[in-house]
Design a protein around this ligand. Structure first.
Ligand code: RIB
Length: 279
């Protein structure tokens, strides 16, 4: 079954600079040439889900500018339906992404159009899974959660406090180990905790129900790896795969995504992930 996935979230233009090491406070570090890439946690997860075989619609906002057009084209190229992406008078949100040669990164997001992300409740309620992240206003996220009839999946990144109202709506929460610690370890529903190249753990109502070890790769750029995990997991889980199988697929997709520069450039297709398993 091809799951219908609705992603309500951020669309950013990423200005990526590579450098020998990340700057310290008050320090200037020289880098190579700057490069623009499509990004934003929402758009990244939409692209990852579409490449993994989901029927994906994106809900979000861009500015009437060139970076917005670049982001829109990238979504379309990966087969994401962008009919519900709105153009607003604010500029497209922009992320300054600093990538150290070791693969470590630091990101600053200059907020713009993402503040005006909107959605259509009827379309949200028709989706098998609905995916949100924390780069759009909390009020929008809560309304999306109320409209969702399928699996409501929240990627609490970048982390901020989880209101009781939102926590009560979530079916699947996906966080990294740092976000997990900051959220105070939610005890209900399915909670998936990623840890970079270390083991991913899934908890159901506070009990460990599955674990998966991401395959080892020579990572060039880990920006977007977490988003690839989320998009791939949601497609697998919404199409009826078990939690352990969904974790394995998402771990492989996420590892493969780190082999190219740019959040969306390395995101694999379902057949590339299958090939990887059959090697
Ligand atoms: O998760 C990676 C993303 O975070 C980047 O693409 C950047 O836009 C920031 O939102």
């Amino acid at each position: 079954m091809t799951p219908r996935i609705a992603v309500v979230g951020s669309i950013n233009a990423d200005l990526v600079v590579q450098m020998p090491r990340l700057p310290g406070r008050g320090e200037t570090v020289s880098s190579g040439e700057p490069a623009w890439f499509p990004g934003g946690k929402g758009a990244n997860q939409a692209v990852a889900a579409a490449r993994m075989g989901g029927n994906v619609s994106m809900f979000g906002a861009i500015g009437a500018d060139e970076p917005g057009q670049m982001c829109l084209s990238a979504l379309k190229q990966s087969g994401v339906n962008v009919d519900a992406v709105v153009k607003v008078s604010s500029p497209t949100s922009t992320a300054l992404v600093m990538v150290e040669h070791s693969g470590e990164n630091q990101i600053v997001v200059a907020d713009g159009a993402n503040q005006y992300a909107s959605f259509d409740a009827a379309q949200i309620s028709a989706a098998d899974a609905v995916l949100v992240q924390f780069e759009i206003p909390e009020s929008v996220i809560v309304e999306v959660g109320k409209a969702a009839k399928g699996i409501f999946c929240v990627n609490a990144a970048p982390v901020r406090e989880l209101s009781d109202e939102l926590a009560g709506l979530i079916d699947v929460l996906i966080v990294n180990e740092h976000e997990f610690a900051q959220l105070g370890e939610p005890k209900s529903g399915l909670v998936i905790v990623t840890a970079g190249s270390k083991e991913v753990v899934a908890y159901q109502n506070g009990e460990v129900v599955a674990k998966s070890q991401p395959p080892k790769v020579e990572a060039l750029d880990t920006v977007g790896a977490g988003d690839t995990f989320v998009g791939a997991f949601v497609v697998a889980y919404a199409s009826g795969k078990t939690i352990p199988d969904s974790l394995d697929l998402a771990c492989a997709a996420s590892a493969l995504s780190t082999l190219k520069l740019g959040a969306q450039s390395g995101m694999p297709t379902a057949s590339e992930v299958n090939e990887f398993f059959n090697k």
